[in-house]
Design a protein around this ligand. Sequence first.
Ligand SMILES: [Zn+2]
Length: 447
Amino acid sequence: MTIFDQVAAQLPAVLADLEALVAIESVGADPARSDEVRRSAEAVAALITDLGCPDVRVVSSAGGAPAVIARFPAPAGQPTVCLYAHHDVQPVGDPADWETPPFAATEVGGRLFGRGTADDKGGFAVHLAALRAFDGRPPVGVTLFIEGEEEIGSPTLATLLAEHHEALAADVYVIADSTNWAVGQPAFTTSLRGLADCVVELRTLDHAVHSGAFGGVVPDALTSLCRLLATLHDAEGNVAVKGLAAAPGQLLDYPEDRLREDSGLLPGVEYIGTGSFVERLWSKPALSVIALDATPVDRASNTLIPCARAKISLRLAPGDDAEAASAKLIEHLRDHVPWGAQLEIRAGDTGEPAVIDFSGPYADAARAAFAQAWPREPVFIGQGGSIPMVADFAAAYPEATILVTAVSDPDSRPHGANESLHLGDFAAACRAEAAMLDAFSRLPSAP
Ligand SMILES: [Zn+2]
C-alpha cells in the first residue's frame, strides 16, 4: 500500500471523529461554555492517546484555555515536526442563518457543514489522518500542539510557548489554520498583514444646542468627525496616511467575479484603491471605520451634536511596524482635525505583520509533497487578516521552518454561518501531510 492508500483507508474513521469533535460546543468567547472547551481538549487528547502516543498532556497557563501537547519521539537521526491546529471555535451567530444545525456535522453536496469543520477542528483531523496513516509510528518526531484559545486571540500562547519551550521545540512547524487558494488548489500562506486600531473622539460644544439657533456658525462634532474620517483616503480609495509601508505584491490573479461574490460587494459598487486585487488585499495598507458613536437616528432631535467618536481599523502591509504605523495614523488625525475641534485619541490593539520565509530543504520537500497529493501545484498567498500566533512561533523558535497550510477554501466561511469543509480538499490535505512527513524523513539528516 502506498502512503496515499493508507491515508484513504483512514478517512472514514477520521471524519467520524471530526463529527464527534464538531458536536462539542467549544466556543472560546463564551464563558458559559468553558466546560465544553475543556471537554473538547480532552476529546482531542483521547484521540491522540488512542494512537499509542506515549506523552499526551492537557495544559493551560495563567487561566488560559486548555491546549493539548502530545509527543511522538523522533526516531534516531530524524527531525521533529510540530503540527499545530486549534480546537476552540467561533460563536455561531444567529442560528436561523444556518441551513444545518451548527454543532451537528452534516454532509451536503461533497461538503461537511458545521462549526469548526474547517476552522480548525478540520486542521486537527488532517494531523490525525496523517498519524493514523503511519499507524501511530510517524517516520519523524511529531509534536502535536492543539491550542484552545485561537479564536479569542491566543492570549496565553506566548506564555505556553515559554513554559513548554522544550516540549514544543521542533525543526518545522506546520500551522494548519489558513485558507487554500481555491477548491483543488493548495496554498502556502507566506505573508500576513498586521493591525493597528484606535478610537478617535471629537468635541466641539460643551452641551447640545438647537441646530436652528446655532447651526451655520457653530460646528457639530459629527460633521467634524465625518470630515476628518474623509481625509483617510484619497479620491481613488487609497489610504492617505503618509509613511505607511507597502510590500511587493504576489502575482496571482483574483478574478473580479469571484472577488465580488466572495466579498458580497453589491452590484454597481466600485472597488477602492489601485494595484492588482491581491496587492490591495495582502501587500498594501487598508483603513476602515468599523464603529461610530453619535446620536442614533431614532433619538435624533434638532440639536448640534457636541461629541462623536469612531473606531478606526488599520491593516498593515508586511514590512511595516505596528507601533510606528499607529503613530503615523495618530499624527494624520491630529494634522487634519477640522475647525479646531478638540481631539482625543485612544490607541488600541496592534499586531505585527509577517513575512514567512518559505525556503530551505523542509519547505522544498513540503512543496513537492503537496504537488503530488493535490490535483494542482501549491501557490503562495498572503492573508489580508492576521494570524497573530505565527509571529509567536517565529519569535519562540527563530531557527525553525514555518509552513502555514490549510483545509479551508474560499467558500468555507469560517467564522460565518454555514461553515463547511470540502471533503475532496480534506482528503488531499491529509494525503499531502502524510507525504510531507514521509519526505522529511528522507532528507539528509540535520539539513
Ligand atoms: Zn482558525
